[in-house]
Design a protein. Structure first.
Length: 145
């Protein structure tokens, strides 16, 4: 085995190890993000008389609230959902950064594994990708893993 192949295999092992270690961090960040979202939802729900859109619809159906109040309350539920989805916290930002980083590591691993393949196998894969792009109407000549 050439020195270059040993180096490539070492790089693959390092990245796989790092990905494995980062799984715990990713799981913890996801839990923190979910907990923050749940706290926001609880806070929103504690501030209103009607906890769900279904309760608002029932109240309107029974004539407890007027149409304009019904629409305002339903809009507030929609706005809260959009606001909750758009709320960026340090944990959610860190999770996004981690996802980008692990994505790069995975692409590096794919590249290195591709480089370890025999030349004829790499050419075959590139040819298949180029043919697939042609069938889908995409550009050719840029096929790379």
């Amino acid at each position: 085995m050439t020195e270059n192949k040993k180096d490539i295999k070492f790089e693959i092992r390092c990245r796989k190890l790092l990905l494995k270690k980062l799984e715990t961090l990713e799981r913890r960040l996801k839990q923190a993000v979910n907990k923050e979202a749940e706290k926001r939802n609880q806070r929103y729900n504690s501030l209103r008389d009607y906890k769900t859109p279904e309760e608002v619809a029932d109240a309107y159906g029974y004539g407890d609230i007027a149409r304009d109040e019904y629409e305002r309350l339903m809009d507030s539920f929609k706005n809260e959902e959009m606001e909750a989805a758009a709320t960026v916290t340090p944990n959610s930002a860190a999770l996004e950064m981690l996802a980008e980083f692990t994505g790069r590591l995975k692409r590096d691993i794919q590249y290195f594994e591709f480089e370890l393949l025999p030349e004829n196998e790499r050419e075959r894969i590139l040819k298949e990708q180029e043919d697939l792009l042609k069938r889908k109407g995409g550009r050719t000549g840029d096929c790379k893993l």
